[in-house]
Design a protein around this ligand. Structure first.
Ligand code: TYM
Length: 332
C-alpha cells in the first residue's frame, strides 16, 4: 500500500490556502487510499522568532482543525512531530549528506531569512537546516507520496536528492518520495496582494482567510479583495491576478474550471460575492465540528497520544537502518 506523509506548521491559524492546497486532499483522498500520516510539525515552528505559549496553543488547535476537517484517526495517524524522536535523530544523519550551499539556495530560506533580518532579529541556524528536518519527517516513514501545495515542491525535491545520495553512499535505506500537487488551489494568493501566497501570518490580515473566520469576516475579506482596474471578467493571471485568484478559489470550492466560470460573470462584485458564499459553505461543516471538539479537548489529546505511539513504531526500523548504514555502533 502507498505510504503518504504530510505536515502543517503551527506558526499561525490555518488558512484557506492550507485547506485547498493540502488538507482537503488529505481528508478526501489520501487517508482512504494510502497508509497516511499527518503531522503538526511544531519543531519547524521554532525556526523563526516564536512565542512558546502560542506555539503550544496553535499545535493543539491545528490538530483539532485537522480532525474537524475530517481526518479520521481510524484511517490515518495524526501526531505531533516533537513527540517522536526519530525526526531529529534522522535529521542529523541527513545533515551529514546535505551541503551548506544547497540549503542556502532554497527559495523559502532566502525569503524568510530576509524577513527575519528586516525585523532586526538574527537568522536562526534551524531556519537554514529546516529542509533537512523536513526531509527526515518524510524519509523516516518510507513515504511514497507527499501531498503539498506548490510552495513546498522544492523542499520535496531536495528530500529526493538527499534520499538518493544517502542510498548511493551507504546502501539502499530510504524510499525516494515524490510530491503530489492539487489540480486547483495549488497556490492560493493573498486577497490584498494577489502576487503573494496566502500565508499564515502572525498579525490579523485582511488578505488571509482563516479556517475559523466567522462567515461575516469571510464575506468582508472577499468583498474587499483587491482586483484590478479592468471591468471584464477574464481568467488571466498575468493581466488580472486578483480576479484570477478569486476564480481559482471559486473553482476549487465548486469543482468548476476558472476559465469557464469567468464566462458566467459580468462584474467583479458578483465574483467576490459568490466566492465568499462558496467559501462560507465549504467551511461551515468544519467550523461546526471544531466547536464540538473544542468542548472535549481530551479527545484531541487522546488522538495525538495514540498517533505518536504509532508513528514511533513506524519510524523506528528506518532510523535503526540509517544508523547502521552510516557507520554508527548499535547500542547493545
Ligand atoms: P505549511 O504549514 O506552510 O503549509 C501546510 C500545507 O499547506 C500548503 N499551503 C498552501 N497551498 C496552497 N496555497 C497556499 N497559499 C498555501 N499555503 C500553504 C503547503 O504547501 C503545505 O502543503 N514545510 C511545510 C511543513 C512540513 C512538511 C513536512 C510538509 C514540514 N515537514 C513534511 C510535508 C512533509 C510547511 O511549512 O507547510
Amino acid at each position: 500500500m502507498t505510504r503518504t506523509f504530510s505536515g502543517v506548521k503551527p506558526t499561525g491559524h490555518l488558512t484557506l490556502g492550507n485547506y485547498l492546497g493540502a488538507v482537503r486532499r488529505w481528508v478526501e483522498t489520501d487517508q482512504h487510499r494510502s497508509e497516511a500520516l499527518f503531522c503538526l510539525v511544531d519543531l519547524h515552528a521554532l525556526t523563526v522568532e516564536h512565542d512558546p505559549a502560542r506555539v503550544r496553543r496553535l499545535t493543539r488547535q491545528g490538530a483539532s482543525l485537522l480532525l474537524a476537517a475530517g481526518l479520521d484517526p481510524r484511517l490515518c495517524t495524526v501526531f505531533v512531530q516533537s513527540q517522536v524522536d526519530a525526526h531529529t535523530r534522522l535529521s542529523y544523519l541527513l545533515e551529514c549528506v546535505a551541503a551548506d550551499g544547497e540549503m542556502r539556495r532554497m527559495i523559502q530560506y532566502k525569503e524568510k531569512a530576509r524577513r527575519e533580518q528586516e525585523r532586526g532579529g538574527g537568522v536562526r541556524l534551524s531556519l537554514l537546516t529546516y529542509p533537512v528536518l523536513m526531509a527526515a519527517d518524510i524519509l523516516a516513514y518510507r513515504t511514497d507520496e507527499v501531498p503539498v501545495g506548490e510552495d513546498q515542491a522544492q523542499h520535496v525535491e531536495l528530500t529526493r536528492d538527499l534520499a538518493l545520495r544517502f542510498n548511493q553512499r551507504y546502501g539502499a535505506t530510504f524510499v525516494v518520495p515524490k510530491a503530489t500537487l492539487p489540480v486547483l488551489g495549488t497556490r492560493v494568493r493573498d486577497l490584498q496582494d494577489p502576487l503573494s501566497k496566502m500565508g499564515k501570518s502572525g498579525a490579523e490580515s485582511a488578505g488571509v482567510v482563516h479556517l475559523l473566520d466567522e462567515p461575516e469576516v469571510i464575506r468582508r475579506k472577499f468583498l474587499r479583495a483587491v482586483t484590478d482596474s479592468g471591468r471584464e471578467v477574464v481568467y488571466d493571471r498575468a493581466v488580472s491576478p486578483g480576479i484570477a485568484n478569486l476564480l481559482e478559489i471559486l473553482a476549487a470550492c465548486t469543482g468548476g474550471r476558472p476559465e469557464d466560470l469567468a464566462a458566467d460573470y459580468s462584474s467583479y462584485g458578483a465574483v467576490k460575492k459568490d466566492t465568499a458564499e462558496a467559501v462560507v459553505e465549504l467551511l461551515a461543516p468544519l467550523q461546526k465540528r471544531h466547536r464540538e471538539l473544542a468542548a472535549d479537548p481530551g479527545q484531541v489529546d487522546a488522538v495525538l497520544r495514540a498517533g505518536a505511539e504509532r508513528a514511533r513504531e513506524m519510524a523506528q526500523p528506518t532510523v535503526d537502518a540509517a544508523y547502521r548504514a552510516i557507520g554508527l555502533l548499535p547500542a547493545a
